[in-house]
Design a protein around this ligand. Structure first.
Ligand SMILES: CC(=O)SCCNC(=O)CCNC(=O)[C@H](O)C(C)(C)COP(=O)(O)OP(=O)(O)OC[C@H]1O[C@@H](n2cnc3c(N)ncnc32)[C@H](O)[C@@H]1OP(=O)(O)O
Ligand SMILES: O=C([O-])CC(=O)C(=O)O
Length: 371
């Protein structure tokens, strides 16, 4: 048996959804840069689930079905109101709420391609309503009902804020959702596939994936980047902070990647988006601090930013609460998780690796009164 820590370099499945080769990221064969520039998040969801970009007619039908499924059962918002709102993390709320969505879906246990496509649409639409609704409930406000006339990203910001975002803000979020939608066999996607490979249901798979995304070594890093920027506070303190952190071998959030060694292509696009919004708001403090951190990390550690680094500045300037950064990631990644879950069902085999045992050798049980 061979063993690699963290399964590094192990190919665990075949997949036709997204690919990282020579640091080029593609979804279904399309470069991420091209998708971010020329398509919308709804087109990308369709692409991930169906293998091809939609025609305008297909897109229109698809958008209508997403909009029709965006409302969530009142019981879920009632349940959220009972949570300890001043201390609970929104990712914990999302994890529980998606699990609860399955309880209210009468098709939850229905198998088959069509049933899973239907449930994927429901999940994708409702996950945004849940995140936006929770952000309002904890401020003592009522959730805003989804507006079917709005595009996904625009509607998401509208449901959070209670008023429509500008076109540029909606487009920036739309691009961020595209960039985060899928990423080959990352930890949360692998979790989703392991879960449904037991032939468990799609709600269980996405709930498990949300749990994996929450951790700071994965999707939770975007919130931690923001904490770090806040802790540093000013460009004047960046050098001291980073050098001191590196001296005690502290990890700098938003840097490094298991697969990319020459840089994450999404980070380059997000960096430009962070610059754009910083200039728009005439508030370049976080962006300039981030540039300096990037420079030091490259010089001292040879590490480059990953997708979570500049998304922190972008989301902050979009007015998104810091602890909602990872839930926003989850809203986007639901599309990728659902694509992988459906791919897994199509050609399923239980995922069950081995462990190399390194515990005690065979021992005799000593009766309890003699231990
Ligand atoms: C959407 C995403 O999930 S993107 C990733 C988001 N996560 C983060 O940004 C958290 C910070 N980054 C990290 O922890 C790592 O780079 C990971 C988890 C992304 C990749 O981890 P791995 O491939 O397991 O690399 P590993 O953690 O073993 O790091 C290898 C070496 O680089 C160092 N290193 C890696 N990332 C960092 C970092 N961000 N800051 C400082 N040092 C780092 C490690 O300390 C280690 O050094 P050592 O060999 O001297 O012990
Ligand atoms: O691929 C990974 O390991 C993590 C990542 O960047 C992602 O999930 O987007």
């Amino acid at each position: 048996m061979t063993m690699t820590r963290g399964l590094e370099g192990i190919v665990a499945t075949t997949s036709a959804i997204s690919s990282i080769r020579d640091d080029v990221l593609t979804y279904r064969g399309y470069r991420i840069q091209d998708l971010a520039e020329q398509t919308t998040f709804e087109e990308v969801i369709y692409l991930l689930w169906n293998g091809d970009l939609p025609t305008s007619e297909q897109l229109s039908v698809f958008r209508k079905s997403l909009a029709a499924d965006a409302a969530v059962p009142d019981e879920l918002f009632a349940m959220m109101k009972m949570f300890p709102l001043d201390q609970v993390h929104p990712m914990a709320v999302l994890r529980s709420s998606v699990s609860n969505l399955g309880i209210y879906d009468t098709d939850a246990e229905r198998a088959g391609i069509e049933a899973n496509q239907t449930k994927a649409i429901r999940l994708q639409a409702k996950v945004a309503t849940l995140v936006a609704g929770f952000s309002r409930i904890r401020q003592g406000l009522d959730p805003v009902s989804p507006d079917p006339s709005k595009h996904f990203a625009e509607n998401f910001l509208y449901m959070m804020r209670g008023k429509a975002p500008s076109d540029l803000e909606a487009r920036l979020l739309d691009r961020a959702l595209i960039l985060h939608a899928d990423h080959e066999l990352n930890a949360s996607t692998f979790t989703a596939r392991v879960c449904v490979a037991t032939l468990s249901d799609i709600y269980s798979g996405i709930t498990a994936a949300i749990g994996a995304l929450k951790g700071p070594l994965h999707g939770g890093a975007n919130e931690q980047v923001m904490h770090m920027l806040e802790e540093i506070g000013s460009i004047d303190w960046v050098d001291d902070y980073i050098y001191e952190a590196l001296a005690v071998k502290k990890k700098i959030m938003g840097f490094g990647h298991r697969v990319y060694k020459n840089g994450d292509p999404r980070a380059r696009i997000l960096k430009d988006m962070a610059r754009q919004i910083s200039e728009l708001h005439e508030d370049t403090r976080l962006y300039e601090m981030s540039l300096r951190i990037e420079q030091i990390m490259k010089e001292k550690k040879g590490l480059l930013p990953n997708t979570d680094f500049y998304s922190a500045t972008l989301y902050h300037l979009l007015g998104i609460d810091h602890d909602l950064f990872t839930p926003v990631f989850a809203v986007s990644r639901t599309s990728g998780w659902a694509a992988h879950i459906m791919e897994q069902y199509k050609d399923n085999r239980l995922i069950r690796p081995r462990a190399e045992y390194n515990g005690p050798h065979l021992r005799r049980v000593i009766p309890i009164d003699l231990r």
